[in-house]
Write a protein that binds this ligand. Structure first.
Ligand code: AMP
Ligand code: MG
Length: 415
């Protein structure tokens, strides 16, 4: 369609403009779900010392090479090594050391026999003194049940790369290597602006002609889900002074991104556009997508700015397609679209713009089947409440028949 900017060109332009934020150092306890700013090199080996994988007896495997249930090897118990014990004497050939899981292996010992394969019955109640002798009921391989120093990681190994999101395993590993403070990318602060004479906040009763502001809430959720910190400002009335004041307040916060909704469509009162032009360097795009054709992008006094369309579904879909990747780049996160292939359950129509139709997904005969959520109006937020994803109808295509395979941009974890 002539005069329309393609989605891909818009995204390329946006991603070429925004920059990742600098790092900050925070304590490990605060670091969950943050993005690591630099490669993490372990200063130590893990495990730091050879240790036992079992509760049992450390010994020389050669000393019970022919042991079995009928002919156990009897070994004198030379020492008792609880977990947390400091370095200990070497074990002499022919002896055994009672040892707990995680306790250091005495020098010389080369295997651990689990307590179940001995005549000892410890583990029931209080820790008793070690017996004088232990009978070993089986033979062992050299190294059996010993966790070697450095077998997990060696000192100097890179344990995670810059850009990794800190999940439960990562935060555990950082604790394991003694990383009490960690350099992470600063979390983007995102100011969310709404304006419109028809809008009231959730607490207000609805007067005739009014609707409640939903966009600032959906956007706050989307921003939070993308790792940002949303800051919602109160709705401005449709007047130049009110909109100016709203935008000035946004700038005073000095956020990393400003997202405004409404006021960018052709018929919209030009007030928002006037203020955007006064304060920034903004392009007004008409994008070849549905929903979400009108969109403003640029900078407000140097801060990246999106003016998203006001219809609640258009707001969310343009966020998914254009803002989420930008926010990922700003937050130092990997820019990845979660796309799966699915089979259309019924014919699906479009007007020739690239369409993002709200669909549910189900699995049938090993295939993913996409089904429209019903009404696809850009004002019908229920279509997003129901949707598992957005089925993408490519530009230039006006009808895809039932059975066609489409790309589905996932909106939530599916299955
Ligand atoms: P506008 O761009 O101001 O003409 O708004 C387009 C449509 O989006 C209108 O139906 C508005 O009522 C609606 N709209 C604008 N802002 C919001 C908002 N924050 N929450 C819900 N709907 C909105
Ligand atoms: Mg409006």
């Amino acid at each position: 369609m002539s005069g329309l900017l393609s989605v891909d060109a818009a995204l390329k332009n946006i991603l070429a403009t925004v920059r990742p934020l600098p790092a900050e150092t925070i304590s490990l306890a605060e670091a969950y779900n943050r993005v690591i700013a630099e490669d993490i090199i372990s200063p130590i080996s893990l495990p730091p010392f050879d240790n036992s994988a079992m509760d049992g007896y450390a010994l020389y495997f050669e000393d019970c090479a022919s042991a079995d249930q009928q002919n156990p090897a009897t070994l004198p118990v030379a020492m008792d090594i609880p977990a947390g014990a400091a370095p200990i004497e070497p074990l002499q050939r022919g002896g055994a050391a009672r040892i707990m899981t995680g306790a250091p292996i005495p020098a010389g010992a080369n295997a651990v026999v689990p307590v179940e394969d001995t005549d000892d019955d410890w583990g029931k109640g209080e820790r008793s003194p070690a017996p004088a002798n232990v009978q070993v009921y089986r033979s062992l391989r050299c190294g059996e049940n010993i966790r070697r120093a450095g077998e997990n990681i060696a000192a100097g190994d890179c344990v995670m790369r810059a850009g990794t999101v800190i999940g439960p395993a990562e935060i555990g590993m950082l604790a394991g290597i003694g990383c009490a403070k960690v350099a992470v990318i600063r979390q983007p602060k995102v100011v969310i602006l709404s304006s419109g004479d028809e809008l009231v906040d959730v607490h207000a009763a609805l007067e005739p002609g009014q609707i409640r502001d939903t966009n600032s809430y959906t956007l706050a959720g989307l921003v939070r889900g993308a790792g940002g910190i949303p800051i919602r400002l109160p709705i401005a009335r449709d007047s130049l002074p009110a909109i100016r004041a709203l935008y000035r307040r946004a700038l005073e916060i000095n956020p990393d991104l400003i997202i405004s909704t409404a006021g960018v469509s052709v018929g919209a009162a030009d007030l928002v556009k006037v203020v955007m032009d006064e304060l920034g360097d903004i392009d007004f795009w008409r994008i070849n997508m549905r929903p979400g054709k009108p969109l403003a992008f640029g900078s407000l006094q140097g801060l990246p700015f999106f003016g998203l369309p006001g219809n609640p579904v258009s707001t969310m879909v343009t966020f998914e397609v254009l803002v989420r990747p930008a926010l990922a780049k700003i937050a130092g996160r990997e820019i990845k679209q979660r796309v799966v292939k699915a089979t259309l359950a019924a014919d699906m129509r479009s007007d020739g713009r690239r369409s993002y139709n709200r669909i549910t997904l189900e699995r049938a005969d090993g295939q993913l089947v996409a089904r429209s959520t019903g009404i696809q109006s850009s004002g019908a937020l229920m279509s997003m409440v129901l949707a598992d994803g957005l089925a993408v109808i490519p530009e230039g295509v006006t009808m895809l028949p039932a059975g066609a395979i489409v790309d589905v941009h996932l909106l939530r974890d599916f299955e």
